[in-house]
Every structure is written in C-alpha cells, then in structure tokens.
Design a binder for this molecule. Structure first.
Ligand code: AMP
Length: 403
C-alpha cells in the first residue's frame, strides 16, 4: 500500500513551490512596506475562539471545523481562519491602542474538495486593530490590491460593500427575513434553515442568489454613521487610485463583520472559486470573545487560489548556475558557488559531473538568470545571459560584476 496525503490536502512541490516562495516573499515585502509586524499564532485554538468569534450558527463552525479533544480533555479546533485568533491574542497580550499585524499559514476546513477548495489551504492576512477610522479600511483594501497587482493576478476586480453595524443591521435583517419568508418556496434546504439563524448567508448561496435579485440590500438600511463611514472609504480608495466596484449584494460568510465588506475576485477563474481574497471590518469581535471593545479591519487572501488564477510573481529562482565540462573542476565549482552565495547570490551547481548539456538543461529548468562555465583555464570563465543568449569570457575575479 502506498500512503497518500489526506483527501483535500496537497503537497506543494517544485516547480510550483517556486511560485509559492516568490508569492510569500512578496507578501512579506508588501506588509513590511505598509508597517505590519509579523504575528504567529497557534494552528489550534480552544473551540470557543471560533464558536464565539465566528458565530455558532455559521456553517464554518457547524460543519467545517476540525475539532478534537486532546489527552487533557480540552476541546480544540484546527484554525479555520486567522482573525479570531489574532483578536484573541490581542486581548490575551493585554494590548492597547493600534496593532498592525500580518500572518501567513495554513487554515483547515472540512470542505467538499475541488480545485480551489481544499481542506488545508494557505492564507495571507493582515489585521489592523484599535482604530475605527475609514482610512484603515482603505489602507487594508489598498494593500490587498497592490499585492495582487504586483504578483500579476489576471482579471482582478475589487468589490466593496457596507453591511451596517449593530445599530442598523437589525432593521435590515428584519426586512431581509420577511422577504425570504415570502420567497421560501424557491429556496434550497440549507437557505431555508439559514433564513432564520443567518439570513445574510442566503444572499451568498450560489443556488438561491440568482433567484433573489430584488431582495433588500444592506446599503438601503445604513444608519448615518455607517453611511458616512462607507462614503469615506470609497472617497479614499478613489484618492489612492484603487479601482473598485460597489457590490450591494456582497455579504461576508463570517458573523463578526460590521460595515465594510470587500472581496478580490479573479474573473478568469471558475465562478464558484473565483474569490482570491476578502475581508472587512469587525468592530464587535473582541467583545464577542469576552474582551473590551476593540475595533478592527483585516483581509485574508487565499494563496492556493492566487496560484490557480495564474499569478506570475517576478523573479527567477536562481541568479546563477555554475557549470563545467571538466570533471576535475567540479570541486572548484563548489568553491566558486560558495563564494557567490556568501556574496548574496542565489547560486547552485550539479555535483554529479553530468554533461555540459545536461547542466544547461538544469539551469533552464531552475530558471537561472545566468550560467557561469568553468573551463580548463582557472583564470577566465564564460558568463552566459540565459534570456538574451549573450555570452562572454571574463576574468574569474570579475564574475560578480558580470552577474
Ligand atoms: P474567508 O476566510 O472564507 O473569507 O476566505 C478568504 C479567502 O481564502 C478566500 O477568498 C479564498 O481565496 C481562500 N479560501 C477560503 N476557503 C478556502 C478553501 N477551502 N480552499 C482554498 N482557499 C480557500
């Protein structure tokens, strides 16, 4: 019997893992540029972090969470998302004021696996805690947009909405519930159940949504403060040059969202899995977790889907592959490679003394920018630019200049 990875999980292998590495590197660079510190929280948490935070009646908690009791009898869950953990961490650390943190790592959801819908998947996220300023919403939306543009996700569209807050949402939910009751006959079984517990989710249902085109939308019910906040977020996005589409029917799957909700869609992907990321404001979450009120806004991008969408982050994997046709010189090759590595170049070689042709093939497969060839003469090497094909002999000591 051969052992296999569990259903709905993937090994991320070369050459795709090279794209992942570039995407992770770019994520780290963009979040640093925007002033987000790194946060690492545990992959598992007490079940309540999610049942309270995300909401008990949410299907993420009802059906999709990997839960288990540890040997000490504690009820734990593999994290299905990152935000609740970060807010739990803020409260536990006794933090005050503004926290800007970025994370990346695997999330776990018991889903029906298909392309772009996995049981273990990787998210990139930020949380901006401790401010209710609409400028924070705009900054977070902009960061996601700049990142996804930089890594060249094709067909990218930003959708923005406001779903109100504790003051105005109840009236909206009442209106939505009575609309849904009138239309109960056309709803699927899941939506009928959700209609009472989590009616906004019905608008998210792929089967029912197309039949509910005249359903009331949250923006028709916003209170003055939510209206002002939403206007300000949109104005700021205009000033930053972030193109977006208002999406009155965009709701978020998780219960803790208030006001701003947004999504990044890769329109080239299959509609069911075309959300490459999303986020929103969650001013009520900290209290739901038993803490003081802490406003916050954040986003999470799905790395698996960014790759699936055909992102093409810049940068070759290797700067230089050092080759030789002279078997006796393989040891000198490693010496040169080591020197180059210490100078900061990404350098590699073939230790097995294969033919020069095979070494060139390896260099091409590794997407190396340059190849350096050592001949019999120790004092000169040949440097070849792999994209232009240009080649010249240079003194060994000047190699780095040519790179
Ligand atoms: P959510 O936390 O549900 O708002 O998800 C944020 C992003 O994570 C989505 O836009 C997807 O790109 C990605 N995502 C969510 N669930 C999955 C999954 N099961 N498999 C792969 N990516 C996912």
């Amino acid at each position: 019997m051969t052992l296999r990875a569990p259903k709905g999980t993937d090994d991320i292998l070369p050459p795709i893992s090279a794209t992942w590495r570039r995407l992770l590197r770019a994520w780290s660079a963009w979040t640093e540029r925007y002033g987000y510190d790194l946060i690492i929280t545990p992959l598992f948490e007490a079940v309540e972090v999610f049942s309270r935070g995300v909401g008990e009646f949410n299907e993420l908690v009802e059906k999709q969470m990997y839960t288990f009791n540890d040997k000490g009898g504690r009820a734990l869950a593999l994290r299905p998302e990152g935000t609740a953990s970060v807010v739990r961490s803020y409260l536990q650390a006794g933090a005050a004021g503004v926290w800007k943190v970025a994370y990346e790592g695997p999330m776990f959801r018991y889903e029906r696996p298909q392309a772009g819908r996995r049981r273990q998947f990787h998210q990139l996220g930020v949380e901006y805690l401790g401010t209710d300023s609409p400028l924070a919403d705009a900054e977070v939306i902009e960061l996601g947009y700049r990142y996804l543009t930089d890594v060249k996700v094709p067909g990218l569209v930003v959708l923005v909405n406001s779903i109100g807050d504790r003051a105005c949402r109840p009236a909206y939910l009442d209106a939505l519930r009575s609309y849904l009751r009138e239309h109960e006959a056309v709803l699927c079984e899941d939506s009928r159940r959700r209609m009472e517990t989590n009616p906004m989710r019905v608008l998210d249902c792929k089967v029912c949504a197309p039949k509910l085109h005249d359903a009331p939308v949250p923006t028709d019910y916003l209170c003055d403060e939510c209206e002002r906040h939403f206007t300000s977020v949109k104005e700021q996005l205009d000033r930053l040059g972030v193109p977006y589409r208002p999406a009155p029917r965009l709701v978020r799957g998780l219960d803790y969202y208030t006001r701003t909700a947004f999504e990044y869609v890769a329109t080239d992907l299959d509609a069911a899995q075309n959300a490459v990321g999303g986020g929103g404001r969650y001013d009520g979450l900290a209290e739901t977790l038993g803490g003081k009120p802490v406003p916050g806004v954040g986003l999470a991008l799905g790395l698996d889907r960014i790759v699936l969408a055909g992102a093409e982050p810049d940068g070759p994997e290797l700067d230089v592959f050092v080759a030789t046709a002279t078997t006796e010189r393989v040891r000198d090759v490693l010496t040169i490679v080591s020197q180059l590595r210490q100078e900061g170049w990404r350098a590699d070689f073939d230790p097995d003394g294969r033919s020069l042709k095979s070494q060139f093939k390896q260099a091409a497969r590794r997407n190396s920018r340059m190849v350096v060839i050592l001949g019999d003469d120790l004092d000169t090497v040949t440097v070849r630019n792999m994209s232009t094909g240009e080649q010249r002999d240079v003194p060994t000591g000047e190699v780095t200049q040519w790179l």
